[in-house]
Ligand binder design. Structure first.
Ligand SMILES: Nc1nc2c(ncn2[C@@H]2O[C@H](COP(=O)(O)OP(=O)(O)OP(=O)(O)O)[C@@H](O)[C@H]2O)c(=O)[nH]1
Ligand SMILES: [Mg+2]
Ligand SMILES: [Zn+2]
Length: 300
């Protein structure tokens, strides 16, 4: 990094500007240098040129240790135009948040984030929220947690609004940096607030003030008191995978891969062949999600 630049971290990006924090803890609003070859995102480590008027300019974006990427459909350029989008940089973990109910839990979405997280170099973690709504759950949360534990994903099921729930999520993250991802309204900001000491308005605040539901619109980096940080992300409705090969699915579907070794036929596609161990041993919800993703990747 050139002598005149100071190191900083990107806290949030919006409207062609970034909120950054310098190594000395000072926060500034920064412009982007014209020569940047990509857009900075929350979590990026950057080299800043500090301007005398209190502004700053991002001159360098350092190589990212991890990246959470997806494809985004471009509204302006017709139905099929897709663009790669980096949601967060340098998080050690991706905390996948899904509610038991309201909105309903979607394994397909969890699996997509899981694949993208592993591919991007992050440790995936699972927080199932709204435990208090268990009587409305389509499937028992313990079953969901057990299925993911089988492939090495640690998880908890909590009511985020309780102290015990927040503590369980805190223990899961264990002082690391985590990008917090999931469908809108599952409780991401609620848990980020609980773990960072608040400061951000959440649904509850807005419900009280009668302004309707609060929705996070910008990825935001927030420190946790235990030395880690959380990147609170806007809710996602869909998650299209970017830069993923079929072979990248093996981590997220280790249960399928393991059973496949016991199929009678070496080239078994697990679609009704005799002696198929996958059909026999793998949870049908897991298998359905795997098939859907595989078909999509093979098509693309
Ligand atoms: N019953 C119940 N409600 C919860 C729980 N966690 C969060 N909520 C409520 O769910 C609503 C949405 O919470 P948020 O934290 O704003 O959700 P979010 O995931 O950040 O939503 P987006 O920013 O739109 O992506 C709020 O009214 C919360 O109070 C929970 O464990 N149980
Ligand atoms: Mg939010
Ligand atoms: Zn098979």
């Amino acid at each position: 990094m050139a002598d005149s630049l100071v190191p900083g971290i990107v806290l949030a990006v919006g409207g062609g500007l970034a909120a950054v924090r310098t190594g000395t803890g000072e926060e500034r609003v920064a412009k982007f240098a014209g020569r940047l070859d990509r857009r900075p995102v929350a979590g990026d480590r950057v080299g800043l040129l500090l301007e005398p008027d209190g502004g700053a300019r991002i001159d360098v974006i350092e190589e990212r240790a991890t990246e959470l990427r997806r494809q985004q459909r471009m509204r302006s350029e017709g139905e099929r135009a897709m663009k790669e989008q980096v949601l967060a940089a340098n998080a050690e973990c991706v905390l996948i948040v899904a509610a038991i109910a309201d909105p309903p839990l979607r394994r397909g979405l969890i699996d997509r984030i899981l694949v993208a997280g592993w591919r991007g170099g992050m440790v995936p973690l699972l927080a199932i929220t709204k435990r208090d709504l268990a009587d409305r759950a389509a499937e028992p949360p313990d079953q969901v947690l057990a299925d993911y534990a089988l492939i090495g994903v640690e998880g908890v099921c909590v009511d985020v609004r309780t102290a015990a729930g927040a503590q369980a999520v805190r223990a899961l993250i264990a002082g690391r940096t985590a990008a917090v991802v999931g469908h809108s309204g599952v409780g991401k900001s609620t848990l980020v607030n609980a773990l960072t000491g608040g400061g951000q308005a959440t649904g509850a605040v807005h419900d009280l003030s009668g302004r309707g539901r609060h929705t996070t619109t910008t990825a935001t980096w927030l420190d946790t008191p235990d030395g880690g940080a959380l990147i609170d992300l806007p809710g996602i409705r869909s998650f299209s995978l970017a830069g993923i090969e079929p072979s990248d699915l093996r981590h997220a579907f280790a249960d399928v891969a393991e059973a496949a070794e016991r199929c009678r036929f070496r080239d078994c596609r697990h679609v009704g062949e005799a002696g198929c161990a996958v059909a026999e041993d793998v949870d049908p919800a897991r298998l359905a999600s795997y098939r859907k993703l595989l078909a999509e990747l093979e098509e693309g």
